[in-house]
Design a protein around this ligand. Structure first.
Ligand code: NAP
Length: 284
């Protein structure tokens, strides 16, 4: 959506990282924002610096009561929500066979169902005004998958599928959707926020096990700058026709292009079988 002169943003997961960087950028631009966090004290400094253009709201996206209360409070304070950013989320390291059911379901609750709940709470207002934009902070991992992060990829692939469908459904209503796919950014994602399975199976030591260690080792030296990610997201939304997908980072772009090439090769190599499955024409 070409942003109007003073758009109202609603951002989840603003205590640290990309959410905080986005909230900071939006407020520095002079716009208004509902800056939400599980513990709103973590965003008090940010909100206090911007007077009545910012409100801090408690929001655990897995808590339906908090979701409806936060959206209602933001709409009451600012009259509307123009841009929703579903940013809250975290990672989980485990080979698929090592995944713990309770942890995996909790991951889906936060990364997928949390985003769904906030989106459903915000959409009625956007539909009524026939305008708005919904941003899903997915991941490069929503396009390409690797060992040890299968469940995280599953949540981000789910978010991508939902967002593509949503985009088709709400475009005629004047509402846009953008899926943001960051590579490695210097946030808490691969550090304090990361969860991992306590179960370790020796047979996966050289695959998922190695990648667990490699992922954790990126903490503190990830190439991506959250402040620059925030600028890029806003620039994309300011375009006349914002993209459905926005990759962030050099490696993300390279890896996504590699995935595209691999898909092309796979489709071409097996085209003969793909084209062999229609009901045979009946003899004339
Ligand atoms: P981060 O610094 O760990 O921030 C994650 C944020 O999500 C925190 O504010 C955290 O709040 C919040 N959160 C987690 N579960 C929540 C819940 N149930 N309800 C509300 N908030 C919740 O990491 P980040 O990199 O900025 O992550 C932001 C998003 O970017 C995530 O969706 C992540 O998957 C995605 N992403 C990150 C990278 C990367 O390399 N950094 C790459 C691709 C995608 P608390 O402080 O309360 O825990």
């Amino acid at each position: 959506m070409p942003l109007d002169s003073s758009p109202v943003w609603f951002i989840t997961g603003c205590s640290t990282g990309l959410g905080r960087a986005l909230a900071t950028h939006v407020l520095q631009r002079g716009w208004r924002a509902a800056v939400t966090a599980r513990d709103p004290r973590t965003v008090a400094d940010l909100v206090d610096a911007h007077g009545d253009r910012a409100i801090a709201l408690p929001l655990d996206v897995t808590d339906p009561d908090q979701v409806s209360a936060a959206v209602a409070r933001a709409e009451e304070a600012f009259g509307r929500i123009d841009v929703l950013v579903n940013n809250a989320g975290y990672g989980y390291l485990a080979a698929v066979e090592e995944g713990e059911d309770t942890e995996v379901r909790a991951l889906f609750e936060a990364n997928v169902f949390g985003a769904v709940a906030v989106t459903k709470a915000v959409l009625p207002g956007m539909r009524a005004r026939r305008s708005g934009h919904i941003v899903a902070i997915s991941s490069l991992g929503g396009l390409a998958a690797f060992g040890a992060t299968g469940y995280y990829h599953a949540t981000k692939f789910a978010l991508e599928g939902l967002s593509e469908s949503l985009a088709a459904e709400v475009a005629p209503l004047g509402i846009g959707v953008t899926i943001v796919e960051p590579g490695a950014f210097r946030t808490n994602w691969s550090g304090p926020s990361m969860k991992q399975s306590a179960i370790r199976i020796d047979d996966y030591a050289e695959t998922a096990g190695r990648r667990r260690e490699a992922t954790l080792a990126t903490y503190g030296s990830q190439p991506g700058d959250p402040a620059r990610a925030a600028e890029a997201v806003v620039a994309a939304l300011e375009a006349d026709a914002p993209p459905l997908r926005l990759l962030l980072g050099t490696a993300a772009l390279q890896i996504a292009r590699g995935k595209l090439d691999a898909l092309q090769r796979n489709f071409t190599d097996w085209e003969h079988l793909s084209l062999s499955t229609e009901v045979a024409a009946s003899p004339a």
